[in-house]
Design a protein around this ligand. Structure first.
Ligand SMILES: [Mg+2]
Length: 377
């Protein structure tokens, strides 16, 4: 595993090596890079690697299913364990795709070749309206149609800045706002009314996500669609959130919520409920590439989050970075088409920055691995 910082944002990646010698990369995210890579390293080494060292890699869905079946009772799949499973599952897709010469998108049945993104931007308190518009303009000029800005604790001042940004951008640009779980229900309702007046079309994570009753009331009463999901666990959490009325928009992330297959399942849950999906993305380029592959299979997909300010150093991680301003066409990125995730991690550049590399060996024996139930006995 690599753990390193680019401009203060720690990333955490794993590399799996199939017994045919093919390697694949995966990345974990705790919602914003990965704050505690050492925690992930321990989980990968102590919990996941011994399981992967057993024979039985027939397919990535089988291995991912068995990992989850093994872990769900002890130590559970919430939080960092789920993030670690996400990274390993992602790396397995990359490795198997490279081994078989297949794009992960095609293996997942993804039907979209290009995906629209929104420009995920800064906290409003970081600058005045001119400053924000200056940073957004290059992306809008490449066809991006939606932006996201973030509210802080002084939300009254932030809303005044947002009103000026709205004036500058005009009505054609969709604006989303992230509340970063700062607010009480009362404040969130007040803010949501102000956002509705400004034509904001999504208010993300206004309350701490575990305040289920408050979130339900907000979803019920807000005139602006409420987004949640970047801190949920596996697909069941998204299903429950929809059933409980705790989200109008789902924001899964394959680096957080259990991997690419889990993301496709979340997409199926969203489709049945008629709920739009706006995938969350706030980590490195491996996680973003995986996000495009998984999102290509989602039927109720709207736009994928593109954290443009975090993406500046990605050229230091990849041999050829396909996620630059120049690669954006009509506000959309192409899903990489090469085998696996279709990106090439510059391992030499990483080695110069990393404190350690952990490779997980994954035997590719087809011997059955069936000594633990998935609730199907
Ligand atoms: Mg967010």
């Amino acid at each position: 595993m690599y753990d390193f910082e680019f401009d203060g944002l720690p990333h955490a990646m794993v590399r799996v090596r199939l017994d045919q010698g093919v390697t694949g990369f995966g990345e974990a995210s705790d919602g914003y890079g990965f704050a505690h890579p050492g925690l992930l390293r321990t989980i990968v080494q102590d919990v996941l690697a011994p399981l992967l060292g057993r024979p039985g890699l027939v397919s990535v869905p089988q291995v991912a299913g068995l990992l989850k079946a093994e872990l769900r009772r002890r130590p559970g799949l919430a939080g960092p364990v789920g993030h670690a499973v996400s990274a390993v599952e992602m790396a397995l897709w990359d490795a198997v795709g490279r081994r078989d010469g297949l794009s992960v998108r095609s293996m997942l049945g993804g039907h979209r070749e290009r995906l629209g993104v929104y420009a995920s931007s800064h906290f409003l308190f970081q600058g005045d309206a001119d400053w924000h518009v200056h940073h957004l303009e290059p992306w809008l000029a490449r066809g991006v149609s939606a932006v996201k800005l973030r509210l802080g604790l002084d939300w009254r001042t932030d809303l005044a800045t947002l009103a000026q940004v709205r004036d500058r951008l005009g009505p054609a640009v969709d604006i989303f706002v992230d509340g970063t779980e700062h607010y009480s229900l009362d404040t969130a309702l007040r803010v949501s009314r102000a956002l509705a007046d400004l034509g904001v079309s999504m208010f993300e994570e206004p309350l701490p996500q575990e305040r289920h009753l408050g979130v339900q009331r907000l979803v019920d009463q807000s005139a602006v669609a409420i987004g949640y999901g970047e801190h949920f666990g596996m697909a069941g959490d998204y299903d429950r959130a929809i059933r409980d009325g705790r989200a109008d928009v789902l924001q899964p992330d394959p680096a957080t919520s259990g991997g690419l297959l889990e993301m496709v399942r979340i997409g199926e849950i969203a489709e049945r409920a008629g709920v739009p999906v706006m995938p969350h993305s706030a980590a490195g380029p491996v996680a973003f590439a995986a996000n495009l592959h998984a999102s290509s299979a989602l039927t109720t997909l709207r736009l994928v989050e593109f954290p443009y300010s975090m993406a500046e150093p990605w050229h230091e991680i990849l041999d050829a970075n396909p996620f630059t301003l120049e690669h954006l066409d009509g506000g959309a990125f192409a899903v990489p088409t090469g085998p696996g995730l279709g990106i090439e991690v510059d391992e030499a550049a990483l080695a110069g920055r990393s404190t350690r590399v952990l490779d997980i060996e994954v035997p590719a024996s087809t011997a059955a691995w069936t000594d633990w139930s998935q609730g199907n006995v």
